[in-house]
Design a protein around this ligand. Structure first.
Ligand code: NAD
Length: 252
């Protein structure tokens, strides 16, 4: 029980990595606030958790909506009395468009969810962490946040921003008992393909050129185990950094 009685918020936890993280955290003793775009989606994850005797509650929250973010962090405090761990997992893909084909609409949507959402949840959680002198933030970035063309321009720029925000937060609050790290997953079998339609064919082909070097895709549980390590005291000395979890894809 590596997270006994810790209170965790996980965004985007109806599917994929967020769902796997919420379930693993609950198995390790955490009380989990499971949030996603719909109550139905979040509720399905909560149902799985309660089935094995874990503790979780569902909250409907769009991380790109400031009011929802406020309600989400408040829900953790109102339901379980505090907040110890924030997992910023919610994210969407772009359509692989290079800069010449990026629309303002796509750019703004990808940044609103993948970057501004993380900024706001973290900002909202910070006073709670500061008061306790303790707190852990785990951001789900991507190998697209470390390398130039694993996706389109918007997703690549957004995930690079997540890496920068992670490092800045990690350092700025290191003396306050707060840690902030990111995970950079490689290819993982989830439903993220459903978050975009009509890929830009040339952009997609160029992005996929490096896919032949990917030894294998991971499962959401592979990333959940890394997120467990980062949230636990085992990672007490790990702060302001990015853990790549990609089966060695980017080591080539
Ligand atoms: P997924 O689509 O299976 O799960 C993402 C969840 O986020 C969904 O339940 C979705 O409803 C939710 N979501 C989307 N927009 C939201 C919003 N505005 N507010 C709240 N919730 C929202 O995808 P996944 O692959 O599990 O993605 C999780 C994270 O992992 C994302 O940040 C993604 O960018 C990142 N990632 C994925 C891969 C991959 O190969 N799957 C690789 C690297 C990084």
């Amino acid at each position: 029980m590596r997270l006994q009685d810790k209170v965790a918020v996980v965004t985007g936890a109806a599917s994929g990595m967020g769902k796997a993280i919420a379930i693993l955290y609950a198995k390790e003793g955490a009380k989990v606030v499971v949030s996603d775009l719909t109550l139905e989606g979040a509720g399905a994850t909560v149902a799985e958790i309660t089935k094995f005797g874990g503790t979780a509650t569902a909250v409907e929250a769009d991380v790109s909506n400031e009011g929802d973010v406020y309600k989400l962090i408040k829900a953790a405090v109102n339901t379980y009395g505090t907040l110890d761990i924030l997992v910023n997992n919610a994210g969407i893909m772009d359509n692989f468009a290079p800069i010449g084909d990026v629309t303002d609409e796509l750019w703004e949507k990808v940044f609103a969810v993948n970057v501004t959402g993380i900024m706001r949840t973290t900002r909202q959680a910070m006073p709670i962490f500061l008061e306790k002198g303790a707190g852990v933030i785990v951001n789900i970035a991507s190998v697209g946040g470390l390398y130039g063309s694993r996706a389109g321009a918007a997703y690549t720029a957004a995930k690079h921003a997540v890496v920068g925000l992670t490092k800045n937060t990690g350092f700025q609050y290191a003396d306050k008992g707060i840690r902030c790290n990111a995970i950079a997953p490689g290819g993982v079998n989830t439903n993220i393909g459903a978050s975009f339609r009509n890929p830009n064919q040339e952009g997609l082909n160029k992005a996929m050129a490096g896919a032949t070097f990917n030894p294998r895709n991971g499962e959401p549980e592979d990333i959940a185990r890394v997120a467990l390590f980062l949230a636990s005291d085992d990672a007490a000395f790990v702060n302001g950094t990015v853990v790549t979890a990609d089966a060695g894809w980017t080591a080539y």
